[in-house]
Design a binder for this molecule. Structure first.
Ligand code: FES
Length: 495
């Protein structure tokens, strides 16, 4: 394998690796705009120049294959001067509208200017004006004056999504990005162009002007929208989620970086925009009880007393359906409770019925549940048709088919732990509020067995807690011994 030296650091690289990739993988940062790990090399921005010992001119590192013995310097006076010149050219026609640009705080033009240049503009002439705030598609606004023509967005549509929706029109300093004739930027992965745009040319209509990025906190999590379970950042402030972004994983799975296994550095628009579903007005924050056909809020103590009435009389046949929306930890704890305390082995699996069962061979999976693999591995079978019992426990939700299976049967009671009123199973008598994946920690196992952990972005709303957190109260309901409840009344919530 070739051995090269970058800034006095000896690095062994795989044959064929470019200098830029070798540097980035070894913690040496070379500024760059047009290069992106998912895309072909364009080499148009010239920002990634480096000096090679023994060669007369600076060379672009993104398109330079590392050769054995190569000695590379990334920060010499000549390299610095070149970067400064590239930035000066890029800024000649740029509107420098950072105070009103939604990219401020995560803009590579802004960052590199401060890091590599810092000089005031010497350009006194009229700037070239181009189209601004154009609707490029359902989710995207395009501002051509801010664009640096790196063509990442064009290549992303062509090479990753295979939908050539964007193109570069005209030549020279009048060039601009536009939608191809008869097309709009509406592919199912269009919002990734906002992530990969290094400047504020492409912005998300959903996120524009909602929050300055420096007010956001980012929590590592997992997209629960389908069984691909993509790693995400939840960007949030004041217990509100503002956006989800793709997260590059660094942890290894069986010695291989898991992003290499899955290629997940993108998100589908459908999953990315589903964050709103988790904070709708229909979110449940207090226990609910069915009274005269309506679900009314009750206290936790009332809920436990009602559970006691439902569970503690004669021998009951309890059936439970675990949703593939719950975490591995919740599933383990609930199954243990059902077997050891509730005395039942009639435990099945279900899931959220997809509103829109879209799938493709990029990342979207038709199964819209993030933890189906784990429930299958636990040996839980699908709910049989016409199953009967006295009490039906439902965690999170039932699929449409499973609702039909239970709808015509005379359940004495249905107890459900869920986070949203829209998921309540018709006839459910007691609903306990469930902490969502954004409010708790846990693990999902995706369709091909990759485990991913998620962390709480903020605390659960009101009385909500995880399924594991509700188990002591369910045990109280079964035993009728209210000591745990009394202890908990005055203490902090378990989550
Ligand atoms: Fe190498 Fe643009 S990143 S030329």
């Amino acid at each position: 394998m070739p051995v090269i030296t970058i800034d006095n650091k000896k690095i062994e690289v795989t044959a064929g690796t470019t200098v830029l990739k070798a540097a980035l993988e070894n913690g040496i940062y070379i500024p760059h705009y047009c290069w992106h790990p998912l895309l072909s090399i364009s080499g148009n921005c010239r920002m990634c120049v480096v000096e090679i010992e023994g060669r007369p001119k600076l060379e672009v590192s993104c398109n330079l294959v590392a050769a054995d013995g190569m000695v590379i310097k990334t920060d010499t006076p000549a390299v610095k001067k070149m970067r400064k010149s590239v930035l000066e050219f890029l800024l000649i026609n740029h509107p420098i509208d950072c105070p009103i640009c939604d990219q401020a705080g995560e803009c590579l033009l802004q960052d590199y200017h401060f890091k590599c240049s810092g000089q005031a503009s010497r350009f006194k002439e009229e700037k070239v004006h181009k189209s601004k705030v154009v609707d490029a598609g359902r989710h995207i606004k395009l501002d051509n004056e801010r664009c640096i023509l790196c063509t990442r967005c064009v290549r992303f549509c062509q090479e990753v999504v295979k939908e050539p929706e964007l193109t570069v029109a005209i030549r020279g300093d009048r060039s601009f990005i536009t939608t191809a004739p008869g097309k709009t930027l509406d592919n199912p992965y269009s919002l990734n162009t906002v992530d990969i745009c290094p400047v504020g040319a492409l912005t998300s209509k959903d996120f524009r002007f909602k929050k300055r990025v420096w007010f956001l906190k980012s929590t590592p999590s997992v997209c629960p929208h389908c069984s691909n379970g993509c790693p995400i950042w939840i960007d949030h402030a004041d217990e509100i989620m503002y956006r989800w972004r793709p997260r590059q994983e660094i942890e290894k799975v069986n010695g291989i970086a898991s992003s290499q296994l899955t290629g997940n550095t993108i998100l589908c628009d459908e999953g990315r925009l589903s964050y709103g579903e988790w904070q709708s007005d229909t979110k449940i924050s207090k226990p609910l009880m069915l009274e005269e056909g309506e679900h009314k809020e009750i206290s936790r103590a009332e809920a436990v007393l009602k559970l006691n009435k439902i569970l503690s009389k004669d021998m009951k046949e309890i059936i439970a359906v675990l949703s593939a929306q719950i975490s591995c930890e919740e599933a383990d704890a609930f199954v243990k409770f059902l077997r050891e305390k509730a005395g039942t082995d009639k435990i099945y699996r279900s899931g959220r019925a997809p509103l829109n069962p879209t799938s493709d061979d990029i990342i979207r999976k038709a199964d819209k549940n993030p933890n189906i693999s784990y429930l299958e591995k636990m040996g839980l079978r699908e709910l049989p048709a016409n199953i009967e019992g006295d009490v039906l426990f439902v965690t999170d939700s039932l699929s449409k088919d499973d609702i039909l299976k239970t709808a015509n049967l005379k359940w004495k009671s249905i107890v459900q732990i869920t986070h949203d009123k829209r998921l309540i199973v018709p006839g459910a008598e007691i609903i306990l509020p469930r902490a969502t994946f954004a409010e708790s920690e846990g693990t999902f196992v995706n369709f091909n067995g990759v485990k991913r952990k998620f962390s709480p972005a903020f605390k659960p709303a009101g009385e909500a807690r995880t399924i594991a957190g509700w188990i002591p109260f369910l045990e109280e309901g079964i035993t009728g011994v209210m000591s745990f409840l009394r202890k908990q009344e005055s203490s902090d919530r378990l989550i």
